[in-house]
Ligand binder design. Structure first.
Ligand code: IFM
Length: 440
């Protein structure tokens, strides 16, 4: 089954990973993390300059046009709009996104905006960040300001990107800011992220034309048992609840998964869990960020009693993530069956490989082309099996700041020379362009 003509083809980025111009906005948690905790980021890299997209966005939109992209998913830096997180607006910061949106529209590229892709204003982190119940109101204020300004032109909205990563990597594993390792705080943070989503959706709707799609982007990994044993099957169920259902169930069913609540009961914060019903506000699409599957075996490790297994025959990316396109088919059909979203956008999918430097303007990245082909085939099969997939955003438009991996890991369709900031589309970018043109 070919992709429908209405299928939207795009690419995605995020503010901290590409914008640079850190001196022209308020401090965010990633600035503080990179500068004060350099051991957490390889080579002590920071997002101070990144791809300097803030100054070079026109060139980047021209590149998008050359690649025939139909849509571009970007995120807004909260601290560029509100340097202190609330209160006084930085008009210049908001004007940057205004110009970007107009530039995209002039190039016939649909702007899709994410409000929060991990760069919380440090001023808010100083007040407890997402663990503070006031964060729900802070986010609502920010959403209102952005939606009022851009709501007439942005074609699709996402509240959060990967709230699981914000909660768990930032507050349980400690690998992202604020670098906390406490499961109780983690569940508080997850709760407030969900409530903030619920508060922001109606605010976005008030400020956008009817039928403007509003959703959220989740990182979802299908969980497979390492063996058919009942113990491993149950452990895979637990991993699914820990990662996927912790956000999916509140968003679509208005409650937390009971099996995981029981499992983490000793760590669960004292909060009114019924309040999470507010997260089940109707959305127009579910954004799916898919990179890998989890293969899981039972173990004695508390509280989850599971461990991750890497299959012996796994093919891997430069991040040692397993390449497993069937997992995307499995995930999409399962989401449609269990949660019945009105539509699904693949809001991120892609791979880091050790690409060669450009030679005479050519960057040969056959592994990425192969990766895309296999994942597109998986989406086609999911469409044929009834999953309502409406669009795909490749991660990422540009090589960029890959969080704790700094600039070492390259996901881009476009190669970045970080010394000269020269952009060179890789062969995968031209492959993607040809696919988009053929699908029209
Ligand atoms: O670069 C990240 C992005 O910010 C969020 N999703 C996963 C990508 C690759 O790690």
């Amino acid at each position: 089954m070919p992709f429908p003509k209405t299928f939207l083809w795009g690419a995605a980025t995020s503010s901290y990973q590409i914008e640079g111009a850190a001196d022209l906005r308020g401090e965010c948690v990633w600035d503080r993390f990179c500068h004060t905790w350099p051991s957490k980021v390889v080579h002590q890299h920071t997002g101070d300059v990144a791809c300097d997209h803030y100054h070079r966005y026109r060139e980047d939109v021209t590149l998008m046009q050359q690649l025939s992209l139909q849509a571009y998913r970007f995120s807004i830096a909260w601290a560029r709009v509100l340097p202190q997180g609330t209160g006084a607006v930085n008009a210049d910061g908001l004007a940057f996104y205004d110009r970007l949106v107009d530039e995209l529209l002039a190039a016939n590229i649909q702007p899709y905006a994410t409000l929060y892709h991990w760069d919380l204003p440090q001023a808010l982190q100083n007040q407890g960040g997402w663990s503070n119940p006031d964060s729900v109101g802070w986010f609502a204020e920010y959403a209102d300001i952005v939606a009022r300004k851009l709501g007439d032109r942005v074609k699709g909205w996402m509240t959060h990107n990967e709230p699981w990563i914000v909660a768990f990597v930032g507050h349980y594993y400690g690998g992202h800011p604020p670098g906390v390792a406490d499961l109780t705080t983690t569940y508080e943070v997850a709760h407030h992220l969900l409530l903030a989503h619920g508060a922001a959706v109606p605010i976005i709707r008030q400020n956008t034309p009817t039928n403007t799609p509003v959703g959220i982007a989740l990182n979802l990994n299908p969980a497979y048992p390492a063996t058919p044993s009942a113990e491993d099957v149950a452990a895979a169920q637990r991993q699914d609840g820990f990662l996927n259902r912790w956000f999916l169930d509140p968003l679509f069913k208005g409650h937390y998964p009971a099996d995981i609540m029981d499992l983490v009961a000793d760590h669960f914060p004292k909060l009114d869990v019924s309040a999470v019903q507010a997260a089940a506000v109707p959305i127009d699409f579910l954004g799916v960020n898919y990179y890998l599957r989890n293969v899981i075996a039972a173990s004695d490790d508390r509280p989850l009693q599971l461990r991750h297994i890497m299959p012996d025959d796994a093919r891997k990316t430069a991040l040692d993530w397993e390449i497993y396109p069937d997992g995307l088919h499995e995930l999409l059909t399962r989401l449609q069956r269990d949660y019945d979203p009105k539509a699904i956008y693949i809001t991120e999918n892609g791979a880091a490989f050790d690409d060669p430097a450009p030679v005479n303007g050519v960057v040969d990245d056959p592994l990425r082309i192969g990766y895309f082909k296999e994942h597109f085939a998986a989406i086609e099969r999911a469409l044929a099996d009834g999953a309502k997939v409406a669009g795909y955003f490749a991660w990422s438009l540009l090589d960029n700041f890959e969080w704790s991996h700094g600039y070492d890991k390259r996901f881009g369709l476009i190669h970045m020379d970080y010394q000269t900031l020269q952009r060179t589309p890789k062969q995968s970018a031209w492959f993607y362009r040809d696919l988009i043109l053929a699908s029209q």
